[in-house]
Design a binder for this molecule. Structure first.
Ligand code: GRF
Length: 213
């Protein structure tokens, strides 16, 4: 399956997916990596592995619609079966999301449906939670609200800070995201109007527990 990955920054999740493909764990190939930020470190990671890169700088666009229209075209030139958002820090228009429904995934640093939006680690600490984690979900037009494929959990220690939690969660992200991409590329998961279908049934709202010990 051809995959297009969208990034804005460091690209550690991209790196994990590249390595999983190279190790033969994902039946797919990355056709291109597209960044809205010219300096994104993830672009270098892609180039280091011989992957085509493209920069579409959103600051050069007057409207979100104009940017998304060009982004849609840029992606579709590769005819991908899957679009992976990996730290892509742009809100997407409904038109864009509708176009890729059922074949666009995102990773979010919380146990959705809890803690949508930004600053999840600090918010989780402020709320006195004992568990935190990350979720991979199909992208829907409402932010961080699409059907969840899988989650990985981390326990919160008394001395955890937003930074230490972020590290723990990122470590889980790097196994969770490749695992979910692999399931999609193997046609084991599908988005249906009732939720995510897996092995003949609809997954619970929090998806599969893919926590790595
Ligand atoms: C991840 O923490 C992910 O949860 C969030 O953005 C971050 C991307 O990190 N959506 P990286 O660019 O993959 O290192």
């Amino acid at each position: 399956m051809d995959i297009v990955v969208l990034i804005s920054g460091s690209g550690t999740n991209l790196q994990a997916i590249i390595e999983a493909i190279e190790a033969g764990h994902i039946q797919g190939r990355i056709a291109a990596v597209i960044s809205n930020r010219p300096q994104a470190k993830g672009l270098t990671r892609a180039r280091n592995h011989g992957i085509e890169t493209l920069i579409l700088d959103h600051t050069g666009y007057g409207t979100r619609e104009a940017f998304d229209a060009d982004l849609l075209q840029a992606i579709e030139q590769y005819q991908p079966g899957l679009v992976v958002l990996a730290g892509f820090m742009r809100i997407l228009t409904d038109h864009f999301v509708d176009h890729f429904t059922g074949r666009m995934l995102n990773i979010h640093p919380s146990l959705l449906p809890k803690y949508k939006g930004l600053n999840t680690h600090q918010r989780v600490l402020d709320a006195g939670e004992s568990q935190h984690g990350c979720s991979v979900h199909f992208v829907s037009s409402e932010l961080d609200s699409g059907a969840v494929i899988g989650q990985s959990k981390v326990n919160i220690a008394r001395n955890d800070t937003a930074q230490s939690l972020s590290q723990k969660v990122q470590q889980q992200e790097h196994t969770l995201y490749p695992a979910c991409v692999a399931l999609f590329c193997d046609h084991q998961i599908h988005l249906t109007p009732d939720g995510v279908q897996y092995q003949g049934s609809i997954l619970p709202d929090n998806g599969l527990d893919l926590t790595e010990d």
